[in-house]
Design a protein around this ligand. Sequence first.
Ligand code: ADQ
Length: 463
Amino acid sequence: MSRLIVVSNRVQDPAAGPGVGGLAVALGEALNSSGGIWVGWNGHVEDDPTLPVSWQEERSGNLTLLTTSLTQEEHQGYYLGFANRVLWPAFHYRLDLVDYTNAHTRVYGAVNRRLAMKIATILKPDDRIWIHDYHLIPLAAELRAAGCGNPIGYFQHIPLPPPSILTAVPEYSWLVRALFAYDVVGFQTETDRQHLIQQVCQQESAATVDGEYVTAFGRSTRVKSYPIGIDVDRFGDMARTADAQEIIDRLHRRNLNRAQVIGVDRLDYSKGLPERLESVRRLLELYPENRGAMTFMQIAPTSRGAVDAYVDLHERLDSLSGEINSKFSDFDWTPIRYINRQFPRETLAALYRASRAALITPLRDGMNLVAHEYVVAQDPEDPGMPVLSRFAGAADYMKDAVLINPYNIDETAIALQTALQMPLKERQRRHERLMDVVRDLDVSRWSSRFLNDLGQLVRAIPS
Ligand code: ADQ
């Protein structure tokens, strides 16, 4: 039987509960049902540079986890360096935050080679390989160089910028060529897909596009959008338990019937958090009736704490929320609650359900699963409204959210007021349509759509 080998930067044992972050949540949910082998980094960095890095293999349910630690050099160059100081900012249209060095690029290539060598040792002829995200773009090319002819797919969880931005990444042509070592390349949206097509046609004059197939650098690759979602039934159930109701009641008692607005994000500059706090300040200025009548709860646990841009962001949010609170607070009310920690998913589900509106306002985002979670957690009889950035992939699908440009602080403040004041009938109407969309994008459909396309190749290749 054909085995599925999934490779992502970070492997997190689903039995230990999902970590923070969309990829961990989505892959944990998708792999739980399909089973297979999950390969990647276990999160440890070797202290002693003289020790060789090792691999560990363990079982978790119907999954085999094959993980490795990173050396300090690999952690600096591959993870913190090229992946998170070059590709993450550039792919989120933030060239101002790109910090490029040649040495980091070399280490990024070397880690991809090391993973490919390991995978080549366990590979069987009819295995399918599904590689995830920007840390691992050259992995298929390395596998091909090691003699692998198996079907290999790549899904990019984050956006792909247009050529005018991508070409500013010094190694862009190597990365684009590397994508054509895959059989299937998936993006969150049609816009991202078009960006790759524009890029490749600009880079290689002989490139051709025939429906879903793009031929370039001597290979034909299926390039398609596969929008990701969440496990709708599971998350919806979490929001309706007796424990969830207890959290909701506790919050309502504490808030004394004030409307709660929620934001939930990894602490990341792509999520538009300072702009979001500014829009709450603007709401209180433009519509003073909200003073004492609404509370904004922003939950943002630290991620990638070792990257300077993240340390700066944390300090900025701390001081901004302090400034807004000291200006508007009363003896029995503070407008902003900024919470810098992780919560169990059951608690998040209850907090979403207890919130009259959500501010989901990234400056750029591949999809944004918080938008899906918020909709699914609502009470259909009295649903809250998501205020959603046009620059999240989710906005391409969730047209019934209140859509905004997060750079426009006034527009966001006005949209939040609209969401808070929206009549019940309209909220119900919009929520019903949003639920249809979110169900259509359920994570099980995402993985089966992708794996079906990859599976067709297994049948096409004689073993
Ligand atoms: P992320 O950038 O991590 O994912 P997102 O899709 O919003 O963004 O997912 C965040 C996940 O982390 C959500 O499931 C959320 O519930 C969880 N989370 C956030 N804060 C939490 C907290 N305090 N406690 C517990 N859980 C928390 C990347 C891309 C996205 C893309 C996903 C999936 O950047 O654009 O949607 O992958 O492909």
